[in-house]
Design a protein around this ligand. Structure first.
Ligand code: PHE
Ligand code: NA
Length: 456
């Protein structure tokens, strides 16, 4: 994402498809492939998926449209956009930058695991059919001291190079091929996974909700809320920034519908790979962050050309992770460049290095530092994820609802979203109601239920 072309005009996306691909590139990432399956596994499967869908429909689509519209209207990055609405609001944007900073610190650790699994696929180390051995191999990797940090460094460096080199455009162009490629791959792998003997239990686990679980465990609702924000890249101004590069004739309501649909499709497919495999191979669905990494190689072992699939798949996962991580770094960098007048190059190095250092602690929290619990029984890695996904992003979303719904006003927002009434925005009045009332109230209730009621 470069800022301005020679004529001093803001650069714009080449085409509508270009924008949807770039925004979907930010959205589709480790959140879908790695985090969604293990969050669902940990939170009772169908119960989690049901709550996820309710929040997606009430808040996800609504905020996606709100962020993109705010961005296109102001033609500014997140902080600038909030400031343009009101001088007193730039801190809302800054909060989002903080969220992005925290997320990339541990996202990069997982990105490192992916690179390691590409290497393992090449060397044939993953050619083991034994489920227990695969679990052990993953455990050895993440609990190590030097190895996971080296791979984390590699992922962070790749992200920095892409953001610095301004080859973000190249990423967008390649996503035209690689994103559909990823999609086809996961469909094929999902077909294999759901036809494994015993897979049906996993499909049921993922898709059939047990209402008792939801009522007994309010943590599920907070996790689902956090996951919607994390997965759709919402609540931190990322989509505001992407929207700011849109031309005035794009159909925003259409894009704001397409992106969450693509994102959710990929997440569900990933769930349909991982959870059937969990049951087929006798793993625990609540095994946590390693779920994707221990189940996939076991599925590949049951496929013809499994090792080729393995290499290709982890490559595509890396690509998806990078097209998300660059959007996270970009939000932080453009903040520091615009607000603190830092040189872009310096900003990339300083921020990238700071994230790398925090990521080191996150990585060690699976090994040497695993005895240290920060929030509840969460290690440092899980605590970072909890603070960013479950607190900062929804808080950012809540504030965005207030800013767009009440400060800027839904009339002006609808006018922008419908290109001054030139195109049909059928659901305009429902959307206005959702931003002004449903979004803020829903997020507040989940917060209250999670942080206030359990304390009493
Ligand atoms: N949505 C990305 C994913 O699912 C992660 C992300 C979050 C990217 C917030 C940008 C902003 O992997
Ligand atoms: Na996502």
């Amino acid at each position: 994402m470069s800022n301005f072309n020679q004529d001093g005009q803001r650069e714009q996306w080449g085409s509508k498809v270009g924008f949807i691909l770039a925004a979907a590139g930010s959205a589709v990432g480790l959140g879908n492939l790695w985090k969604f399956p293990y969050m669902a596994g940990k939170n009772g499967g169908g119960a989690f998926v049901l709550v996820y869908f309710i929040i997606l429909f009430l808040v996800g689509f609504t905020l996606m449209l709100a962020e993109i519209t705010l961005g296109r209207y102001t033609q500014l990055n997140a902080i600038g956009a909030y400031r343009k609405i009101s001088k007193k609001l730039s801190w809302v944007g800054a909060l989002g930058v903080l969220a992005g900073f925290i997320i990339l610190s541990y996202y990069s650790v997982v990105g490192g695991w992916v690179i390691n699994y590409i290497v393992k696929s090449f060397t044939g180390a993953l050619n083991v059919a034994d489920a227990e051995a695969l679990g052990g191999m993953f455990g050895d990797l993440i609990s190590g001291t030097v190895e996971p940090i080296v791979y984390h460094a590699a992922f962070m460096l790749l992200t920095m190079i892409i953001v610095l080199g301004g080859i973000g455009g190249g990423i967008e162009r390649s996503s035209k091929i690689l994103m559909p490629g990823l999609f086809i791959m996961i469909v094929i792998i999902a077909v294999r996974a759901v036809t494994l003997p015993g897979a049906i239990e996993g499909i049921k686990y993922l898709l059939v909700p047990d209402f008792q679980t939801i009522i007994k465990n309010p943590g599920i609702i907070l996790d689902a809320l956090g996951q919607v924000f994390f997965s759709l890249s919402l609540g931190m101004g990322c989509m505001v920034t992407y929207g700011s590069y849109l031309s005035k004739d794009t159909n925003i309501p259409e894009s704001a519908t397409a992106i969450p649909l693509i994102d959710t499709g990929v997440a569900l497919l990933a769930g349909l790979i991982v959870l059937p495999a969990v049951f087929a191979f006798g793993y625990e669905p609540s095994a946590g962050p390693g779920l994707l990494f221990i189940t996939l190689p076991a599925v590949f072992a049951q496929m013809p050309l499994g090792s080729l699939f393995s290499i290709l798949f982890f490559f595509l996962v890396l690509f998806a992770a990078l097209s998300s991580s660059i959007s996270l770094l970009e939000v932080c960098v453009s903040y520091v460049v615009d607000e603190w007048k830092m040189k872009r190059k310096t900003a990339v190095f300083v921020i990238g290095f700071a994230m790398f250092c925090i990521g080191i602690i996150a990585s060690l929290s699976f090994g040497q530092l695993s005895h240290i619990k920060i929030i509840g029984d969460r290690n440092f890695f899980d605590s970072l994820d909890f603070v960013a996904s479950n607190i900062l992003l929804p808080l950012g979303g809540l504030l965005l609802c207030i800013v767009v719904g009440w400060v800027w006003g839904t009339d002006k927002a609808v006018k922008e979203a419908s290109n001054n009434g030139q195109l049909e925005f059928k659901l305009a009045s429902s959307w206005s109601f959702l931003v002004k009332w449903v979004g803020p109230i829903a997020i507040s209730i989940v917060f209250a239920r999670s942080f206030i009621i359990p304390l009493i």
